[in-house]
Design a protein around this ligand. Structure first.
Ligand SMILES: C[S@@+](CC[C@H](N)C(=O)[O-])C[C@H]1O[C@@H](n2cnc3c(N)ncnc32)[C@H](O)[C@@H]1O
Length: 263
């Protein structure tokens, strides 16, 4: 990777990007805010969900999903590798951090160790696509598996090949009263690279913003097989209500996965 590209890479979820994310994703339309009630509704109906209220929030970002579960009496551990995203996660959930109901750790989601205690783990808004190889995805799945109690669930979404490829070589311009941002996505043979540049309005001031995000393509068949080979007892692709199985996730833009650790 050239030095220039490496410099760009460092900007993913950096200081300004985290500020923007915190402002724009904390709205009712934010991905985590929309999916969190569906994850809880699913989990509550399970046997594990009757007794275990411990959530592991993988690649927790600015902590929107954590907040929803904390408001519903869960204990939450969030992990993310961006200190800037974590700064907002802690601030958004300050009273729960102070009471010890949650903690946010600056950890790599493909290399962490938590003992088996969580009934539920979740990773929202394509956190797994942000890892750098399928091997890292497998490492992450193993770490999550170890952290779950027997019979625990891991619920996550990924951008499918179709979802990622459908936006390659397109340029979007978001031009609203609050932001003017251009996004271009290219495919380098392995990853989709999203370049975003522009400015957004925060507390009356326009703030310059530039970010590059890398996403890998995760083959849904390979993912499911790998999980079954690594001790997950069931791995189901569903629609976003998490209740209805989907036969071929590759025809979707986003695939939702409900996986269960063997009892
Ligand atoms: C699109 S954001 C999703 C954040 C949050 N889950 C949500 O739904 O709002 C992707 C997150 O993945 C985090 N991330 C990327 N690679 C990571 C890694 N290897 N370990 C932990 N977090 C990572 C980023 O810092 C970022 O916060």
């Amino acid at each position: 990777m050239s030095k220039d590209l490496q410099d760009f890479r460092n900007e993913a979820y950096g200081e300004t990007a985290a500020l923007r994310y915190n402002v724009f994703e904390s709205r009712p339309s934010g991905f985590a805010i929309r999916i969190a009630p569906k994850i809880r509704a699913f989990y509550q109906k399970t046997r594990t969900g009757q007794t275990n209220k411990h959530l592991l929030d993988v690649a927790c970002g600015t902590g929107q999903m954590a907040e929803y579960f904390l408001d519903h009496d869960f204990e939450v551990v969030g992990i993310d590798q961006s200190p800037h995203m974590l700064k907002y996660a802690r601030a958004n959930n300050a009273k729960y951090v102070a009471s010890g109901q949650c903690q946010f750790n600056e950890w790599d989601s493909s290399n962490f160790h938590l003992d088996s205690q969580f009934g539920l783990a979740a990773c929202t808004f394509n956190g797994l696509n942000h890892l750098t190889s399928f091997g890292q995805v497998e490492n992450c799945l193993d770490c999550v598996h170890r952290a779950l109690v027997p019979g625990g669930y891991f619920i996550f979404d990924i951008n499918t090949r179709r979802g990622l490829k459908s936006v390659v070589d397109t340029v979007d311009l978001y031009d609203t009263n609050e932001e003017i941002i251009m996004r271009k996505r290219i495919f380098d043979g392995k990853r989709v690279i999203l370049y975003a540049s522009g400015c957004f309005l925060h507390k009356g001031a326009w703030i310059r913003y530039r970010e590059t995000i890398f996403k890998i393509i995760i083959d849904t068949k390979e993912l499911r097989q790998s999980m079954l080979d690594h001790g997950w007892s069931s791995v189901t692709y569903t629609t976003d209500d998490l209740m209805s199985p989907v036969e071929d996730p590759e025809v979707e833009q986003v695939a939702y996965v409900v996986a269960r650790k063997a009892k």
